[in-house]
Design a protein around this ligand. Structure first.
Ligand SMILES: Nc1ncnc2c1ncn2[C@@H]1O[C@H](COP(=O)(O)OP(=O)(O)OP(=O)(O)O)[C@@H](O)[C@H]1O
Length: 682
């Protein structure tokens, strides 16, 4: 693509014409000309202008055309922010903005390091000209600018060099013996289409130069070559190529529970790269047109959100966050995922077409980062294009540190309170964390701290003493926030017959669930309730069959199911539940019910159970252990096959919790059920 300069003559205003007599169309034409848009964009704008010239200004099409040209002119076709990629700076920004997240920071730095190396490598230019003096001149100035240069006398020699060396740019004369510039361009396009070719031409061959541009040349310069223009153009062309190469490779996808820092790390990356930051939320997006825009033939047509955001931000190389990519939908209005496939594919996004814009826009300079809570909901082809980086939930100790260092100062400032005179004691923060929030991330913690700060601000204003020193302790938290919202139910509740505590993974992170069971006279029916999915229903069936096949082993009557119905309930019916990892918990609850042995509430289980009673591995171990700690669980039973994941847990994650690994359901029995039966077993 090349930038056309002054290709369309503007009619010079007659000396008599006053500035305000210039017609709106002439003004539009000169704006198009001055904008120095890429060639295909100028052509599209001029085509629209020609249509307007034939249209009555009173007709709606006239203003549609005017808006369209205005829109084209407002897009950042050539405007990029001067960004730098310095690894040390990136590291210090990531470190100062975020506590912990060591693995995440490490992965991001590795990702950026590869791009930094890509950007630091010296670029190789091949200069093809049969005049030795012309070659030598160009080599001289370009070498001074830090490029490696090689020379060739004609196209044949150039192709030979191309086969043996890595070349980033070819600058070629048009007229040469043996193989001329046009033929060389044709051959390069065939064997190495990613290498840009710049044409140098004498005045007599301008027509061929235009033809060369049509055939894919990156730029052309007239002879004698203006060396300053050459340096500028080479820099422009190579920078563009570098951007495309740096953008190549997978898009980053940050996954993890809400409030774990995905968006704010994205923002820090933009700052580290000195690029602008844009974020759009894709949650609930069903209509393809929202991303790709409406065709201009529709009344009230608008561009899609990607192009609209680029227009708003005014540069073509921001860090663009596609938030909640796992929440996009699909219906009769199209498939937004297919648009995202195009946007995230470096081969295709060079020519991204928005329906409203109707001409390709180059998105290759944009750095896209996606975020998701649940990877399993992302369509496989989309997931395939992304490099996943996991954000785990925080331990209470990490939350305490983040609150002291980041959240409290930020919320004090937001409430207009002086940071020096208001102090939160560690006990106060700890109370907010345990009694008023139950989450993997920091969303609610930040909300509660903000609430406290606003209340303090009101009190200070009422007392007219906002410079006064205030220490906020645990007791004051209760007075400000009211009765505690969460109880450590597992630790505080006693053992019960027919109820077991389980650990599951949800998109909000690890969660604790209880499985409740009851029997009643009936005829062998299994009733399952609690908004559960198919996999969970099948797990329950398998567990029941396992117990029925082992009645002797568990001291249960052989025919217990003949005259009994069994009901298994998963409380919190408003939340849909599915997944195999509750199998072992269903087993514990059911066996407790059938044997009359109470199940300990402070023992939590997770694991998929097979029909023969084996326990299969599950995912989200860290999140589940953190959820267990939040609920006051003391013992966690995990599948033996998850040993490696357990051993990888940091000491502060497992602090205060005993983890026992089990390989079969039978191993869990005496660990969960108390030995004494309180109710007569069935
Ligand atoms: N490690 C951390 N250090 C400092 N602050 C943090 C850290 N992690 C999260 N935060 C803060 O917590 C708040 C929530 O984070 P953020 O909005 O980035 O979460 P998110 O993971 O993008 O959530 P969602 O999935 O809901 O979009 C922000 O104010 C952020 O600055």
């Amino acid at each position: 693509m090349f930038f056309r300069r002054k290709t369309v003559p503007i009619e010079a205003p007659s000396p008599a014409a006053a500035a305000d007599e210039v017609s709106p169309l002439a003004r539009l034409r000169s704006r198009i000309d001055e904008a120095q848009l890429p060639h295909h964009v100028t052509e599209a704008a001029l085509r629209e202008l020609e249509k307007m010239e034939k249209t009555d200004p009173a007709v709606a099409e006239y203003s549609v055309g005017h808006n369209y040209i205005d829109f084209i002119l407002s897009l950042p076709w050539n405007v990029s922010s001067q960004c730098k990629l310095e690894l040390a700076r990136a590291q210090s920004i990531l470190d100062t903005r975020h506590y912990g997240l060591n693995q995440v920071k490490q992965r991001i730095l590795e990702f950026l390091a590869a791009k930094t190396l890509c950007g630091k490598a010296r670029q190789n230019i091949l200069i093809v000209d049969d005049e030795e003096i012309a070659r030598a001149n160009m080599e001289h100035v370009l070498k001074k600018d830090g490029y490696n240069c090689r020379g060739a006398e004609n196209g044949v020699e150039a192709l030979r060099i191309l086969a043996e060396d890595d070349i980033d740019l070819i600058i070629t004369d048009l007229k040469m013996d043996q193989m001329d510039g046009l033929e060389l361009l044709h051959q390069v396009n065939r064997v190495s289409p990613e290498i840009p070719v710049m044409m140098i031409t004498g005045f007599a061959t301008v027509t061929s130069a235009v033809e060369a541009l049509r055939k894919g040349a990156a730029h052309y310069l007239g002879k004698p070559v203006n060396l300053d223009e050459l340096r500028r153009t080479v820099k422009e062309v190579l920078e563009k190529k570098l951007f495309v190469e740096m953008g190549r490779g997978p898009t980053l996808c940050f996954t993890g529970p809400p409030g774990t820092g995905k968006t704010s790390v994205g923002r820090a990356i933009a700052e580290a790269l000195q690029r602008q930051f844009v974020r759009i939320s894709l949650a609930g997006l069903r209509d393809e047109a929202e991303l790709r825009g409406h065709r201009r033939t529709y009344v009230g047509a608008l561009p899609g959100r990607i192009i609209a955001e680029l227009k708003k931000i005014g540069v073509n190389n921001p860090v663009f966050m596609l938030d909640e990519i796992d929440k996009i939908g699909q219906d009769f209005r199209g498939d937004p995922a297919s648009v995202l496939l195009e946007v995230l594919d470096p081969e295709q996004n060079v020519r991204f077409t928005d329906h409203y814009l109707d001409i390709p826009f180059d998105l290759s300079r944009v750095m896209f980062i996606a975020t998701a809570n649940d990877l399993s909901r992302i369509p496989a082809p989309l997931l395939d294009r992304m490099e996943r980086i996991e954000f785990a939930g925080y331990t209470d100790r990490e939350k305490q540190q983040i609150a002291q260092q980041f959240i409290v100062p930020r919320q004090l400032k937001a409430a207009g309170l002086p940071r020096t005179s208001i102090q939160f004691t560690p006990e106060a923060i700890s109370r907010v964390i345990t009694d008023y929030t139950r989450e993997s991330g920091l969303r609610n913690l930040e909300r509660e701290v903000a609430d406290i700060c606003r209340k303090i601000a009101l009190l200070c204003l009422k007392a007219d003493s906002h410079e006064q020193e205030v220490e906020i302790d645990g007791e004051m938290i209760t007075r400000l926030l009211g009765p505690r919202k969460y109880f450590r139910d597992a630790a505080e509740g006693g053992a019960q017959v027919g109820i077991a505590t389980g650990l599951v993974w949800a998109e909000t992170g690890g969660e604790i669930i209880s499985v409740e069971t009851a029997t009643m006279p009936g005829g062998g029916k299994l009733i399952l309730t609690g908004s559960i999915g198919e996999v969970l229903q099948e797990s329950a069936q398998a567990v029941l069959s396992f117990i029925r096949s082992r009645t002797r082993e568990f001291n249960i009557r052989d025919d217990f199911f003949q005259d009994t119905d069994i009901h298994i309930h998963f409380p919190s019916g408003a939340i849909p539940k599915d997944g195999p990892s509750a199998g072992i918990t269903i087993f514990a609850a059911l066996l407790s019910l059938l044997t009359g042995r109470p199940a300990r509430r402070d023992v939590a289980l997770t694991g998929e159970m097979t029909l023969s009673g084996r326990i299969l591995p599950v995912s989200g171990i860290r999140e589940k252990v953190l959820a267990a700690r939040r609920a006051g669980v003391r013992v966690v039973l995990l599948p033996r096959t998850n040993r490696e994941a357990v051993e990888a847990l940091a000491a502060d994650v497992v602090e205060g919790i005993r983890i026992t690994l089990i390989g079969t359901a039978a191993e869990a029995v005496d660990l969960v059920l108390e030995s004494k039966a309180y109710i007569l077993p069935l």
